[in-house]
Design a protein around this ligand. Sequence first.
Ligand code: ZN
Length: 83
Amino acid sequence: MQPLFVCPKCGGHYLDEVRVDTVVISEIILFDEDDSGEYSYGEQRNEDGEIDHYECRYCDYKIEEDTPEGLISFLRGLAKKGV
Ligand SMILES: [Zn+2]
């Protein structure tokens, strides 16, 4: 069974991965017709970089793991504690 994230601080279920040194490449999809120099972004993709940590989306709770394996064992630990 997939470990479910329950934030020990706020009880939230959304977990974010935070990466560093990542290059973000954005597609430019629309130039403004009145030549104002404005444009919009379309699809974005990320290249390179590495995981810095994982964190709760809603509070500042930070999990100091930087690998998917580390995260999974952290989540299993939480599940065992019944948090
Ligand atoms: Zn939280």
